[in-house]
Design a protein. Sequence first.
Length: 139
Amino acid sequence: MTFPTLPERQAPRPETTGSVPHQQIGVDPVPEVNEALFRIAFTLPGVENRPSTFSLPGARGLWINETIPIARQDQNVSGREFAHIHPDGSLHASLPIDRSGEAFDAGWAEPQPIADQLGVPGLVMIHTPQTAEELESVL
């Protein structure tokens, strides 16, 4: 699958814990951008909004609907959960390995510290979008 090239993220990388639980430090979401992130993510076809089974309390999991066959179970973090959004708008998502590297290089993401232990090498934390333009890139 070919994706559009990610633009360079203009904001500096946020500080993160660098360990589990993997989260950003000192980043506040912009309410209208955060609301749009949640609304759009959970209206994607075949995606269900469920509590995350693999994150901090309050995180919402993006689950593949039961009616859709899973082509790559190794890309899911837990069961049918392929990503989750933290309350601050950052999210962990399983990306194709080359796309996860591109997201890192462009400043949008960083590897989840235990991605390799989980067997999901493309698992990254995508930083909280702060503007409508950043939200477009995150989505």
